[in-house]
Design a binder for this molecule. Sequence first.
Ligand code: EPZ
Length: 452
Amino acid sequence: MKNKSYLKSENLKIFGQGKLNGIVEISGAKNSALVLLAASLLTNERIILENVPRLTDIEKMCNILQNLGVNLKNKNNKFEIDSKNIAIKELPYELVNGLRASFFCIGALLSKFGEAKVPLPGGCNIGSRPIDEHINGLKALGAKINIEDGIVKAKIKRNKDKLRGTHIKLKCPSVGATETLIMAASLAEGRTTIENAAREPEIQDLCQMLNKMGAKIYDSGKEKIIIDGVNKLGGCIHKVIPDRIEAGTFLIAAAATSSSITISPVIPSHLESVTNKLQESGSKIIVKGNSITINPKKLNAVNIKTAPFPGFPTDLQAPFTALMTIANGESIITETIFENRMNHIHLLNKMGANIKLNKNEAYIKGVKKIKGMDLVASDLRSSAALIIAGIIARGSSKIYGLEHLDRGYENFESKLKLLGIKVTREFNKKVFTEREYKIDQDTEEIQKCKAA
Ligand code: EPZ
């Protein structure tokens, strides 16, 4: 039909003023599983990864590996990866474009095969996401790098068959750059030290798996990581750590609804900056082995400033902002990691929140209530924030843009349902004529954005 456009608009319909109750199972960490999948390129032997979350980002990474010739089998959350028959060392644009994290493969491919071609990952809705730290570090390790037509072409210099260990000082503690360089250095000649390295748990998980494969990596989780290159890496079995960001999201949802829940499995030390803030805001936190129980008593306004680990994680800034919209008092939320990660603020204000935004600083005056609305999320973590807001709100909400949510939260709505929240995933196939399908100024069009 002329001028017709079909909009598949999946949404979560959420009935507000919900309460959570019970125990929620935390999945494996997306940001660990992605880099562990990339690291499997470093060996010709079989890697078995357990506790891999079933997410669209994971599916995209698997497609990329299979495109390179990797043999991949999985049964639910257990993946078997065999990279001995890798045929090509080039990642296709359309696959990288859909998943920024695929850029990590460059370090593994270069170190294992002496060459790699990976398209520039480009920016996304939360920021420009440069990769200069990755490039500079690989050059310091002896790689020759050309960037032509948006493709990063990396080669080990002609008369060398291996990268050469060296000292690298990162300008900023970039998670991705630290991971790229650890993988590249693991098969290099000699010792590499990475100063101002990122200290995130996902990096520690990567180093643990690489050491199981025979790598010699010391002091992961500290500011200076040491990697003594080895000739070969073998296979191993490795279980992905629990997702601290998913865990924090559920704790925040519990605090927002004055609900007491238990989350497990978790590694409590991975969540300290978040549980400390929740305690400061008036929740009781009980840690028992690999589980955390939250018991909200009050909800007072607290300030947060995101920072590299062990600081408050940028990935929980949006959900925590949703929490502060109904806290008693005034809070300041400062985003220091990404330049454009406040996309949820104006949507929360449409629901009745009272937030003034000045660049990356949000000044929040807690309100008694916010009202349910139909909203479109524009990135992964703001979608979680809007769902928390929908659970808090009076009346029901429909949250669109689930392609973002499904990148990073495994079975999110079924976990919420099990905790007692009334939420359903609606799949509407609507026909819009261009005339009807008008995005009015203040509603959010579903952003066609690259993965964050
Ligand atoms: C990882 O992204 C995570 N993604 C992000 O999670 C997370 O928000 C981020 O680390 C910070 O913790 C994965 O692990 C797949 P960075 P990454 O390099 O590696 C600047 C989510 O929601 N920078 O630490 O891309 C950059 O601009 C996602 O799960 C450079 O300047 O983050 C940013 O301001 C979103 N040059 C800051 O560092 C570089 O070469 C942090 O980026 C690299 C980064």
